[in-house]
Design a protein around this ligand. Sequence first.
Ligand SMILES: Cc1ncc(COP(=O)(O)O)c(C=O)c1O
Length: 381
Amino acid sequence: MKPVYLDYAATTPVDARVLKAMLPYFCEQYGNPSSLYSFGREARQAVGQARRQLASLLGAEPDEIFFTSGGSESDNWVIRSLSEEALRHGGGHIITTKVEHHAVLRACEALPSGIEVTYLDVDSEGRVQPEAVESSLRPDTFLVSVMAANNEVGTIEPIAEIGAICRAHGVFFHTDAVQAVGHIPVSVKEWQVDALSLSGHKLYGPKGIGALYLRRGHKLAPFIHGGEQERGLRAGTENTAGIVGLGEAAAIAAAELAEESARLQGLRDHLFEKLLEIPGVQGNGPREGRLPGNLNLAIDGVDHETLLIRLDLMGFAVSAGSACSAGSLEPSHVLTAMGQAPARAATAIRVTLGRFTTEEEIEAFSQALCQAVHDIRRQAV
Ligand SMILES: Cc1ncc(COP(=O)(O)O)c(C=O)c1O
């Protein structure tokens, strides 16, 4: 059997339809979108079409989309640009959460003095309380940043409620929606967000391309200075093929999201029921209000590193948490924020299903996991 990939939250393969749309932009329509002749015009039109496709998936306007290199850049751009602006007026206050991706957490930690950051707690399922956002607002709060869905435990956050609170108080609201876009319905209007980060490689597009949605009327300082690309806010010759790929990925997601998320949820729930039969297995995160392909398990007495290596040898790729913190000896900051002891957090594995996951793969995985857990426990006695 071919190795089975069950780490779609870390990254997704490029969909063959996406690759097909991208290919002409490498060797045939390779013009610089800023050039005036036909090569440039073709590339410019392709970038424009991708902008419309992506805007449509988010319920946004095309001129509210700015292409970036990915989720990390989009997160950093918002946090740094708004902080610089606040510092020009004497500093200020940011509200975020303890379960954000490191692209948000580390960007906040790196801010100069003069910017204070409140990191909100979450409940035992990883959910942020909208009331906690409201009660933490201060007169000098200039940014609230709460992720739309968690990359480790899949918890979907109450973004529309938080958006309504921020809008009512006139505070800029950003969401890192890298794990949400293409997987659950996203509407920037219903969510009342001012900015939203997304990444191509989480929705079957290529790596190294992403976007920031920025609501009309807002202006950020440029993140990269140089040419006039992206209306002067993000300089550098456009990654035309990547942008085309992201646009195509967005169009496919829009067309297939409802059916595919129901299929994945069914597969995921079936897998969970089977794995619960293994003694000492529990779920981390909520049962409802969770990303359709996400499963996170605590396996009593089984160190996750040992388990992952064994599963890898058996031909199954799953992760211990987020891909970005793989190799780190620290327990997951998400699970500890959810109130778990480090010893339990050290047993967590994340299994994430996606577009190419089949029933056969799920059956084979549940047998392999059962066997691996059994073997590790037997060796431990
Ligand atoms: C929630 C979240 N935010 C941001 C990122 C970073 O995105 P990128 O890899 O495109 O920089 C990731 C990737 O794992 C993520 O899961």
